[in-house]
Design a protein around this ligand. Structure first.
Ligand code: AMP
Ligand code: ZN
Ligand code: FE
Ligand code: FE
Length: 272
């Protein structure tokens, strides 16, 4: 009875609605999933109703982008109180700055000779968190790039000329925020962020788990992070990071499956 604990919906940069994600997850034989949208929990409520109908478990969750020089560290928060007013207020502040950032990206693109309309980008994300993938999709639609990957390589990547950061918490602040909202903080796709040296300080701030199983982790990396989980007594999680078909990632729902046993350990760690 496997779980996929890393899934995006159209409340951030995924393509499917929470309802569709739940239906397709049930069809794929998953018994538990987590909706982990970027900087929002607004899709969770809709998923929960549908999950009840479909007879699968839906874990309220989110994925914070955090502020680290030279890379991005993403922190997942599982079983988070998705109704806490103070949390919703904080997330709104982050999302509002994501909107400001789109205008800044459009300005930078203009200086590079690329003219696209901010409103068109914002319309693609009218439900929730607007991000670079939405900008990439408009660049693709307009024929300015031939693929999402090209949009990132030429314009949007960390080191590319139209990159703009948005307001975000430090990793430690994200961890403490998740704990305050009764959630379980987990270091997402550590082999993508490549900041193993920061793990001890994250653990000191309250990090409780690490995403060992991930669609872009090699067998070697899985082994490596199992060792780290063991060393620091961290929970082991896993997920596909599904964003929808035809997005920049060629990953399906349930491509990464977390065993029942590991899911149970996570469930048992929930702060009551
Ligand atoms: P944002 O949260 O707006 O900064 O966008 C981050 C999202 O963009 C990630 O979750 C990925 O879905 C996508 N992304 C980031 N870097 C790349 C890349 N190099 N190629 C394709 N997609 C990327
Ligand atoms: Zn994403
Ligand atoms: Fe991520
Ligand atoms: Fe993600």
């Amino acid at each position: 009875m496997p779980a996929d604990l890393h899934i995006h919906t159209n409340f951030s940069d995924g393509l499917l609605s929470p309802e569709e994600v739940v239906k397709r997850s049930a069809k794929a034989g998953l018994t538990a999933i987590a909706i982990t949208d970027h900087d929002t929990v607004d899709g969770v409520a809709r998923g929960i109703d549908e999950a009840q109908k479909a007879g699968i478990k839906l874990v309220p969750a989110l994925e914070f982008t955090t502020d680290v020089p030279g890379t991005e560290i993403h922190i997942l928060g599982y079983f988070i109180d998705h109704k806490a007013a103070w949390l919703l207020e904080l997330l709104k502040k982050i999302r509002d700055d994501r909107v400001n950032r789109v205008h800044k990206i459009v300005e930078k693109l203009k200086k590079l000779g690329v003219n696209i309309d901010a409103d068109e980008i914002l319309k693609l994300a009218d439900l929730g968190s607007v991000g670079r993938p939405h900008v990439a999709r408009v660049l693709l639609q307009k024929g300015i790039v031939k693929s999402i990957q090209e949009a990132f390589n030429r314009y949007l990547d960390f080191n590319a000329p139209a990159y703009v950061p948005h307001f975000r918490l430090s990793p430690e602040e994200a961890i403490r925020t998740i704990i305050k909202a009764k959630g379980i903080p987990v270091y997402a796709h550590p082999a993508v962020s490549r900041r193993d040296e920061m793990i001890p300080e994250l653990v000191a701030a309250g990090l409780a788990g690490i995403e060992v199983y991930y669609s872009r982790h090699s067998d070697f990396q899985v082994k490596h992070y199992l060792g780290i989980a063991n060393k620091y007594g961290l929970l082991v999680t896993g997920g596909s990071d599904f964003h929808g078909l035809g997005t920049e990632r060629d990953v399906m729902l349930g491509d990464v499956k977390l065993s029942d046993d590991l899911f149970k350990k996570l469930e048992e760690s929930v702060i009551k």
